[in-house]
Design a protein around this ligand. Structure first.
Ligand code: APR
Length: 229
């Protein structure tokens, strides 16, 4: 039986594809106030601004290409039972070819009804317009988990983390909960590997290896090593 390898990714894995991270010096949250664009309150107050913000994100995601890190993770599937848990709203893991991807914070290529979050639709192209409605007649909003909203996939993710033999963390500051707590669901006997040029502060973890490198070089290196075992 293949070993279970679970990967938690954040904005850093897509940085070398040209997508901005959130909390680095040139990060998105330097240019935008989170409360004005990524909360249910923002949507009530200024839906046009929120749509515009996510339309720009969608355009950038569609133009971006998977990089060496996304691609290397696909190779792991030959040898391991791999699941990727991503905080990213881009679809670069899927486009690289990864077969099991759990999106904790939603995905930019889909819309959801503002009245019923279970009514989800694909978006054609980069623009979601005001006036686009769900089948019940409510305005469509981006299928994104905003600050202050529940994270529906967190239980699935925690269960996956608790059963992982190997848990990799790539390109996340681990500043946002509940995603940041996932590493603490991993068994103390399981191997943990963090790849990030700026290793996030984690305490009390056993069996931890840190690779202080960019994803584009660090991930292929770690993958090669995991495949040669
Ligand atoms: N390779 C790997 N890691 C990188 C690279 C790179 N080339 N460039 C930057 N990083 C790392 C940074 O060192 C940092 O640890 O990526 C991380 C980015 O952190 P954040 O900007 O906080 O992004 P993330 O952790 O994904 O944010 C979590 O916050 O705003 C919300 O919902 C949003 O999903 C997002 C969540």
């Amino acid at each position: 039986m293949k070993q279970k390898l679970v990967v938690l990714t954040g904005a850093g894995i897509s940085a070398e594809s040209g997508l901005q991270t959130f909390r680095d010096t040139d990060g998105l949250w330097e240019g935008y106030d989170v409360n004005e664009v990524a909360t249910p309150q923002a949507w009530s107050k200024n839906p046009l601004l929120v749509q515009h913000f996510y339309n720009l994100r969608r355009k950038a995601c569609l133009e971006a290409q998977p990089n060496a890190a996304h691609k290397a993770l696909v190779e792991l599937e030959a040898r391991y039972d791999v699941v990727i848990i991503t905080q990213n709203i881009d679809n670069l893991h899927e486009r690289a070819g990864s077969s099991r991807v759990v999106h904790l914070h939603g995905i930019i290529t889909k819309a959801q009804s503002s009245a019923d979050p279970y009514l989800i639709y694909d978006i054609e192209g980069w623009e979601l317009k005001m006036g686009a409605k769900c089948e019940k007649g409510s305005q469509l909003r981006p299928h994104i988990v905003w600050f202050g909203e529940p994270v529906p996939m967190i239980e699935t993710a925690a269960d996956l983390a608790s059963r992982a033999h190997i848990f990799m963390v790539i390109g996340t500051s681990l500043a946002v909960y509940p995603a940041a707590s996932l590493i603490h669901y991993v068994s103390h006997t399981s191997e943990k590997i963090i790849i990030d040029p700026k290793i996030p502060p984690v305490q009390g973890l056993t069996n931890l290896e840190v690779v202080a490198e960019k994803a584009g070089t660090g991930v292929p290196k770690v993958v090669k090593q995991l495949l040669s075992r």
